[in-house]
Design a protein around this ligand. Structure first.
Ligand code: ZN
Length: 115
C-alpha cells in the first residue's frame, strides 16, 4: 500500500477517498476513528491517512489529489496595475502606493463623492 494523502480534516480525507474510488482506485483509510480518545497518542498515530492498495495507482491518485487540493484554496497572489495611474503594484498591496487608488475587484468601498 502507498500513502497518498493525510490531513487532520477527516471530511477532506473522506472526500478524496470517494474521488479516488470513483476513478476506480482502490483505497484504504487509516486512523478513520483515531480522533476519539486520542489524547495520549502522538499526532502521527491519529492523523487520518489515505492509502491506495495498488502501487500502480499511486501516481494517478496523487495527481488527482493535487488537482483537488490546490486550485481553490491557494490562489497565488498576483501583481496588479493601478487603473488610475498605471503603476505596477505588489500582490500584497490593496491600494496604489503612488496615488492611493483602491485595487479593483477587492470589494473596497470607495468614497462616493457626488459633486
Ligand atoms: Zn495609482
Amino acid at each position: 500500500m502507498i500513502k497518498v494523502f493525510e490531513d487532520f480534516d477527516i471530511t477532506l480525507v473522506g472526500h478524496y477517498q470517494s474521488v479516488l474510488e470513483s476513478n476506480d482506485i482502490a483505497t484504504f483509510m487509516k486512523n478513520q476513528f483515531g480522533t476519539s480518545g486520542a489524547g495520549e497518542l502522538p499526532f502521527i498515530e491519529v492523523i487520518p491517512q489515505l492509502w491506495v492498495l495498488n502501487e500502480a495507482d499511486a501516481e494517478r491518485a496523487k495527481a488527482l489529489i493535487r488537482e483537488l487540493y490546490e486550485p481553490e484554496s491557494r490562489e497565488p497572489p498576483r501583481e496588479w496595475t493601478c487603473p488610475d495611474c498605471g503603476t505596477e503594484q505588489e500582490p500584497a498591496f490593496t491600494h496604489c502606493w503612488k496615488c492611493s487608488a483602491a485595487r479593483p475587484g477587492q470589494g473596497v468601498v470607495v468614497n462616493d463623492s457626488h459633486p
